[in-house]
Design a protein around this ligand. Structure first.
Ligand code: CDP
Ligand code: MG
Length: 756
């Protein structure tokens, strides 16, 4: 165990010039370079309005005994104060004017700093002004956690139970009902609704929030909103659309209001897109954030974050710390390191409570982030960029920004062998500003950037729209189902032709399109399942192969966010031994199936009855079952959260199957081939054959791939494999790998179609 505290080790800010002047232990925090001009930019709007000077805030943070800053003391979270809090938000002053503008214009672009009250207040203003009388108010978010948290918050502000007046909808989880008037949802959910309701006629208002993030779904939504406006309001401009014929009668009856909300300064572009829509600016209430840059670049950002955290913890007054890291792996390793060192702190220091925060965590788990920090404790939130916008984490006063983010990027191969890559890369200026801003939500804060000021200045201004860097297959399938061709859509940015042809080819190989690029019945059936096309195809194939029960078990786990298997470098042997019983020799997919089955069996009986419901007739028995399953998962280093999430996904998929006329009870028992063959139908593009040197060569592409070390197939030499995805690090790895028989090829339509 390391004996010295990281904060006593070399500090980040020790630039080559300053290095030897002071012994490291004695250095206080600002070995960072101060950046006053930017400090100014972030802090300049600090309490522009005198009346906001001591604005009470209805946070759920308990008042702290000791004043945390030189600023105003933190207020108490009195419930009655919530209405007062609403009135004090910067946006409240402009409420009437804002409502008036939205009333007068079809499209309004609302630009405002984070914390001004856009996301929580605007829907309520519109609700209270009667906009929801003729339809719902839909608010889209790029992230699930934001949709659920915001719905919860706004329900509290409205004093109604969640899922009543205010609800949410995210994939595989819906909390809304007949009385719901304000619905927070992911942009993906709303684009999905277009399938059944191309005019989104249920909605009177659509608020596209965090539009600056320019997710693929947001872009598709914006293009469709433009069309819907024309059809429902009889206005707007842009190219004529293919569908919508015969819908003319629905015009005028139910006009739509669109509000585009964004936190950064790119409002112009949205305004231009919507025929120079009106832009409204709301001032924020951001406290000053003092920014420090590392004096020199850091090669190991996890270690740098660790040392910086302890410098803050040991030297600085109370206040929670939010650390931005690129992904789950870094979060887990830093969390472990922080816990390890925190235990070695001499007495007298506050406790350290670490809270991880990344998209793969379940809702309940993410909820911990928002819980009040216990007394004499410093909370340290380790987050990906999911904490960058949209949500408010109370208590945070220090931000450590590693300057890294994981970005998904699709590499479209001209031969159709494209793949998604998830690479850690540098953030852009807009990310950096947002991250720093998180420290100034409740009072003056501090942001430690683990990169130099020059690095900051050299960053790109903002993120490239996702539509320019992602696989388009699923999106194009959905568009085709509503009669839209992506190339004819009026998009803010047109995707690359290579990416479009790569997606067309994928859809063709999956049988979703025929050789005339027309949608097939199979394609329609695929789009009806809330799954990626590859998984949807596998489920549909399982119908003919009578193994839907097994395929749903596997696909549910693959659709869950979290990893199924926990990993700990120091326990590799122990883990391998624990899992030996259910690791399947055919590879990862059947290993998943075995795991799901073993977990279920661990709950007693079979864990489930024939209807798929967990045995619930005896409360006591059920409780015993639950704790047995939990214990089983722990003993086998299996992530129970993922299994629980998968189980709820599976319940949803069973409903979808029933609707689609697929018998989800159909099971092939212990047979392997039907299951693997079903999966292979979906993964036809993800197949590779062994080469003499033990690596694999794609069948429908040119890449040479290796099996990822985390796979149960790692180092195995089998003739042919299918895989879930390719990841590119220093070389191309296949992840989620199963061994298949070469004879499968002849039964796969894709191979016949390939020649077409
Ligand atoms: O969307 P915008 O960033 O403009 O602000 P918002 O999300 O509507 O939040 C406005 C304010 O409400 C925040 O600054 C917090 O003070 C408060 N809030 C909160 O305390 N808890 C939440 N879950 C959401 C908002
Ligand atoms: Mg917001």
């Amino acid at each position: 165990m390391p004996a010295t505290l990281p904060s006593q080790k070399r500090r980040i800010f020790d630039s080559p010039i300053k290095q030897n002047k002071t012994p490291p232990q004695r250095k206080r925090i600002p070995k960072w370079v101060d950046v006053d001009d930017e400090d100014e930019r972030i802090g300049q709007r600090k309490r522009q309005n005198g009346s906001l000077k001591h604005a009470p805030q209805a946070h759920s943070t308990p008042p702290r005994k000791k004043a945390r800053t030189s600023g105003p003391p933190l207020p108490s979270p009195a419930k009655a104060g919530i209405q007062e809090h609403r009135k004090q938000l910067p946006i409240a002053k402009g409420k009437d004017a804002l409502v008036q503008e939205i009333r007068e214009n079809d499209v309004t672009v609302l630009l405002g700093e984070t914390g001004s009250g856009k996301t929580t207040q605007v829907p309520q203003y519109l609700l209270e002004a009667g906009f929801a009388d003729s339809g719902m108010i839909g608010v889209t978010q790029p992230r699930k956690v934001a949709a659920t948290e915001l719905a919860a918050r706004v329900s509290v502000e409205q004093g109604t139970p969640l899922g009543g007046l205010v609800g949410y909808g995210i994939r595989f989880d819906e909390r809304s009902g007949p009385t719901t008037r304000v619905k927070y949802m992911t942009d993906g959910m709303l684009t999905r609704e277009l399938l059944g309701d191309p005019l989104l006629s249920k909605y009177a208002v659509i608020i596209v929030d965090e539009a600056h993030e320019r997710t693929l779904r947001t872009d598709l939504l914006l293009a469709n909103l433009k069309r819907i406006l024309r059809e429902r309001n009889g206005k707007g401009n842009g190219k004529p659309q293919v569908n919508g014929k015969g819908k003319e009668r629905e015009k005028e009856r139910n006009p739509l209001k669109v509000v585009i909300m964004s936190a950064t300064l790119d409002a112009e572009k949205f305004s231009q897109f919507f025929s120079n829509a009106k832009i409204i600016y709301v001032k924020g209430r951001q406290h000053p954030v003092k920014i420090f840059h590392a004096a020199q670049g850091q090669t190991d950002y996890v270690d740098a974050a660790l040392r910086t955290f302890f410098q803050i913890h040991v030297d600085q007054p109370p206040g929670d710390v939010l650390i931005f890291l690129p992904g789950q792996e870094d979060i887990e390793s830093l969390e472990k390191a922080i816990q390890l060192f925190a235990h070695q702190l001499p007495t007298g220091h506050d406790e350290v409570l670490t809270v991880p925060m990344y998209a793969a965590l379940s809702g309940a788990q993410l909820h911990r982030t928002f819980a009040p920090t216990p007394r004499k404790t410093r909370k340290c939130i380790l987050a990906t960029n999911i904490a960058e916008t949209s949500i408010t984490i109370p208590g945070v006063r220090y931000v450590i920004d590693t300057g890294k983010v994981k970005e998904k990027r699709y590499l479209a191969g001209s031969t159709g062998g494209g793949f998604d890559t998830l690479l850690t890369r540098d953030i852009n200026k807009s990310n950096a500003m947002q991250r720093a801003g998180r420290a100034g939500r409740e009072g003056p804060g501090f942001c430690y950037r683990l990169y130099t000021e020059d690095a900051f200045l050299g960053m790109a201004a903002s993120t490239e729209p996702e539509i320019l860097r992602c696989s388009l297959a699923q999106a194009m399938l959905q568009l085709l189902c509503i009669g839209q061709d992506i190339q004819e859509l009026d998009l803010m940015d047109m995707p690359d032709v290579d990416a479009i042809s790569s997606a067309l080819r994928t859809l063709f190989l999956l049988g979703a399109l025929d050789s005339h690029r027309e949608l097939t019945d199979l394609g329609r059936a695929m789009a009806a399942l809330p799954l990626e096309p590859t998984h949807a195809r596998a489920v549909l194939a399982s119908k003919d192969l009578a193994c839907t029960a097994e395929v749903l078990d596997i696909v549910s786990v693959l659709s869950a966010n979290g990893a199924l298997f926990l990993d700990a470098t120091d326990k590799r042997a122990e883990i391998a031994e624990a899992r030996r019983k259910f690791v399947h020799r055919a590879g990862d997919h059947l290993t998943i199936l075995n795991t799901v089955r073993a977990y279920r069996a661990a709950g007693g009986a079979d864990g489930e009855n024939a209807n798929g419901h967990v045995n619930g007739h005896d409360g006591e028995e059920e409780k015993v079952g639950r704790s047995a399953r939990k214990e089983w998962a722990r003993a086998h280093f299996v992530n129970e959260r993922t299994l629980r999430e998968a189980s709820s996904i599976r319940d949803q998929l069973r409903l979808s199957c029933t609707r689609a006329g697929i018998d989800w009870r159909a099971s092939c028992g212990e047979q392997e081939d039907p299951v693997l063959l079903s999966l292979a139908h979906g993964l036809a593009q993800n197949m590779a054959l062994i080469t003499p040197d033990g690596s694999f060569k794609q069948i429908m592409g040119q890449s040479v791939v290796k099996i990822h070390p985390s796979s149960s197939m790692a180092d195995k030499k089998v003739p042919a494999i299918i895989y879930d995805e390719l990841v590119y690090t220093n070389q191309i790895y296949a992840r989620g790998v199963s061994s298949i028989q070469k004879s499968f090829f002849s039964s796969l339509g894709a191979f016949n179609r390939r020649e077409a």
